[in-house]
Design a protein around this ligand. Structure first.
Ligand code: NDP
Length: 434
């Protein structure tokens, strides 16, 4: 806390990992000799810069941006860019730290990073977003590269923003390379990348259930968010026979007892991906409930998939979920559950699938996009989907075996932290004191 004051999100993320890996470090001399944990909790490098751009009224505006290159022990830095008014260094350090373990879990050669800006895309015109993205890349381009650091999207950074960012990279460097992922399909993007995080989270939930001889069929789920992760989690739940009852944005949530599917899901995708409208428009169109300024966790269902943002499930939300007999919670967003929330859920008998494992499908397909770019080929949607399913099943297996080996029971939080940690730690030991 003294070394990183005023960084509560970063502390929260580190605390959880340390708790999981301590027994392993205590029994492994080489990790202690190499001070692996001390090194892992310090980012390799933090780049901070100003982004100056002009709004539609001709005013010159300035934002702050960062790239936190956390750890490249097992591959080039990899992680998304976030545009949100609340972005600060604390948020990006927690995300970069988490990303290091998540990327390790995928089994692909990717290090951990995160970046973004306190630029608020809400209410900005396309032209303003374009000018901001071009200005941001003008600085960022000198710090990234396909073998150095490969950014992608996150909150507030989707297909539109990635297009503007990649276009500016290409213009400034006069080279077309796989330096970003999440690109459009016509310029080096991978089939299935947009859907990968949401679909992957549902595949992870299916693995959890299959391991217990259960299934998603004829069940119900609560989903929060209505962005990239939420929309495609809802799509896959629907495809596998589980009704998503809710979706939300920062203005509140909608509750559709019949489930969000078919033309209603298409409406929601158009509303959020194309028209950039607010969630109450879904309730207006289909005559279902809209709860302003509320989160969906008091609704009764079999599963919960928080897919919006960090710390959106606190202790009291978790108590509601336990009281309503939620069977499993799988994190589509990064760290959506507070530490107290996780404890309440686990003590209440809820199966808990942590973000590092459950939402790793997005970065996994980003890794596949890098491979396709390097080989100058494009795999079909089916091929990418098959690989995504295999990766999610493999992550599930790693979580189980690592938690059972060290802690003697099934705990997906501990399993994910341990499995992610070991690969990075072994590489750091091999490099010596650097
Ligand atoms: P989007 O920007 O596409 O969507 C974010 C959604 O969450 C929107 O519905 C947004 O509502 C809502 N939201 C954001 N901030 C808040 C807030 N403070 N309070 C309430 N609602 C909020 O982002 P993504 O879907 O890409 O990302 C969602 C989460 O998933 C994040 O935690 C991200 O880090 C994580 N993630 C994303 C991956 C990806 O591939 N995109 C990969 C792995 C993890 P509104 O529009 O009103 O702000």
């Amino acid at each position: 806390v003294r070394r990183n004051p005023a960084e509560p999100n970063f502390h929260q993320a580190v605390h959880e990992v340390v708790e999981s890996v301590m027994p392993l470090i205590a029994s492994t001399q080489r990790y202690r000799d190499a001070s692996v944990l001390e090194r892992m909790t310090e980012p390799d490098r933090i780049i901070t810069f100003r982004v100056t751009w002009m709004d539609d009224a001709g005013n010159v505006r300035a934002n702050r941006a960062w790239r936190v290159q956390f750890n490249n022990s097992i591959g080039p830095y990899k992680g998304g860019l976030r545009f949100h008014k609340d972005v600060d260094l604390d948020t990006l350090k927690f995300l970069g730290f988490e990303q290091t373990f998540k990327n390790s879990l995928t089994g692909l050669p990717m290090g951990g990073a995160k970046g973004g800006s306190n630029f608020n895309p809400k209410g900005k015109s396309d032209a303003e977003v374009m000018r901001f993205c071009h200005a941001m890349m003008t600085e960022l381009q000198r710090h990234i590269g396909e073998d150095t650091d490969v950014p992608a999207g996150d909150i507030g950074v989707g297909g539109r923003e990635l297009g503007y960012l990649f276009g500016q990279y290409k213009r400034l460097n006069n080279r077309f390379a796989g330096v970003m992922t999440g690109k459009g399909l016509s310029f080096g993007g991978s089939a299935g990348r947009k859907e990968a995080t949401g679909h992957g989270a549902v595949y992870f939930l299916r693995e959890i259930l299959q391991h217990r001889g259960e299934s998603l069929e004829n069940k119900t789920a609560l989903v929060s968010g209505s962005g990239n992760v939420a929309l495609y989690a809802i799509e896959k739940l629907d495809e596998l026979g589980c009704k998503a009852l809710t979706a939300s944005d920062s203005s509140g949530f909608i509750y559709d007892r019949d489930g969000i599917s078919g033309e209603k899901l298409e409406f929601l995708k158009d509303l959020k991906e194309v028209r950039r409208g607010r969630i109450h428009e879904y309730a207006d169109a289909f005559g279902c409930e809209f709860h302003a300024k509320k989160r969906p966790w008091a609704v009764k269902a079999d599963f919960a998939l928080p897919c919006a943002t960090q710390n959106e499930i606190n202790e009291s939300d978790a108590q509601h979920l336990v009281k309503n007999g939620i069977h499993a919670l799988v994190e589509g967003a990064n760290m959506p559950t507070t530490a107290e929330g996780v404890l309440t859920l686990q003590n209440g008998g809820v199966i808990f699938g942590p973000a590092k494992a459950a939402n790793a499908g997005g970065v996994a397909v980003s890794g596949l996009e890098q491979s396709q770019n390097a080989l100058r080929i494009a795999w079909s949607r089916e091929e990418v989907d098959t690989r995504l399913k295999t990766i999610m099943a493999d992550i599930h297996h790693k979580c189980l075996t690592h938690s059972q080996e060290v802690h003697g029971d099934i705990d997906y939080v501990k399993g994910a932290n341990l499995a992610g940690f070991v690969k990075v730690a072994d590489a750091m030991v091999a490099y010596g004191a650097i």
